[in-house]
Design a protein around this ligand. Structure first.
Ligand code: DGP
Length: 118
């Protein structure tokens, strides 16, 4: 199970700790949300747990309360940016486009979001 307190080599653990700057959107007891460096929509926010977990399924098994808190936070982020509708993406595994292995939900909103995704 890839869940632990923090990983010293993880870029998102460093953002959570404040060691790397990011445009923080919200902070809760369990989560931190910040704008994506390579925004793909007018709203493109990443919401992450403070604890290190590789992906959403690992997090849900090890700490379901944290996974639920992360999901609740996604709507608050979208509404905070003025959007009732949003897309939530968890790329899971390198072949699915995951490049940072600290679970993060992409909250995307503010433009037409086509289906199927690329
Ligand atoms: P994914 O491909 O699903 O693992 O998404 C990783 C996202 O993280 C990608 O859209 C770019 C973003 N990202 C990577 N490094 C940083 C960083 O240091 N700061 C911020 N704000 N975003 C980052």
């Amino acid at each position: 199970m890839h869940v632990s307190g923090t990983d010293p080599d993880c870029v998102f653990c460093k953002i959570v700790a404040g060691d790397i700057p990011a445009e923080i959107v919200s902070e809760t007891e369990r989560t931190v949300a910040f704008r994506d460096l390579n925004g793909q929509a007018p709203t493109h926010v990443l919401v992450v747990p403070r604890l290190h977990a590789a992906d959403i399924a690992s997090l849900a098994v090890a700490a379901p309360d944290v996974a639920a808190a992360l999901l609740v936070e996604t709507r608050r982020i979208a509404v905070g940016d003025g959007h009732e509708a949003y897309r939530l993406v968890f790329n899971t595994g390198a072949d699915a486009g995951q490049s940072v292995f600290h679970v993060h939900g992409h909250v995307l909103a503010g433009r037409d979001l086509t289906w199927p995704p690329g």
